[in-house]
Design a protein around this ligand. Structure first.
Ligand code: FES
Length: 198
């Protein structure tokens, strides 16, 4: 016997199916509304971490070396010459391009027919004032508390507890157009050891 319209198994299921679709849609919408802002926020929060990973994978800013100048910009007179250090400054959230981050003294010489460059940071190891090279006296002098240093960086006199802090140098490029790159670091002032500030 055929079921009467009232007994039909199909009639009660229609509202149930609509109710199910409504609930399913609400769940999907709720999931998107909840997860999307969280994912976006997570990307922002972790961006410094990811940037740090990227930097470490690529060697950071060329492994800490900063381009200072062409080799030919340093007079080959055996005297130290001051150069500013320009680099991008990156903190957790921002990158400031081409900022002055310090000053170095470069001295150019030749050894076995090859150019040599030595570099010292201009920051006085006593309390961080900028030293100057006093040509007539052939030494570095600090204007703040009168420490003095020889051309090779050793301390001559004054309150500083150590000599000038030397920096690593590499020459890059072809013989005809070499560039001077320096691993620029800051050092803790007022102590006897040259201790880089992390
Ligand atoms: S900061 Fe240079 S001698 Fe004091």
């Amino acid at each position: 016997m055929n079921p009467s319209p009232i007994d039909s198994p199909h009639l009660p299921q229609e509202p149930e199916r609509r109710s199910f679709l409504t609930r399913f849609g609400a769940i999907c919408f709720g999931t998107v509304v909840t997860v999307f802002p969280f994912a976006a926020g997570w990307g922002v929060v972790t961006s410094p971490v990811r940037r740090g990973q990227d930097d470490s994978q690529s060697g950071g800013e060329d492994e800490g070396f900063v381009r200072i100048c062409p080799l030919d910009a340093i007079p080959a007179d055996g005297n130290p010459h001051a150069f500013v250090v320009i680099a991008d400054v990156v903190d957790a959230w921002t990158r400031a391009v081409n900022q002055r981050i310090g000053e170095v003294f470069l001295t150019r010489s030749e050894k076995d027919g090859k150019p040599q460059v030595i570099a010292f940071t201009a920051a006085c190891p006593h309390l961080g004032c900028a030293v100057e090279f006093a040509g007539p006296r052939d030494r570095y002098e600090c204007p703040c508390h009168a420490s003095a240093y020889a051309k090779d960086g050793t301390k001559l006199f004054g309150p500083s507890l150590r000599g000038l802090d030397q920096l690593d140098v590499v020459l890059k490029g072809d013989d005809g157009a070499q560039e001077v790159w320096v691993r620029f670091e800051r050092f803790r002032a007022g102590i006897a050891a040259g201790e880089p500030i992390a």
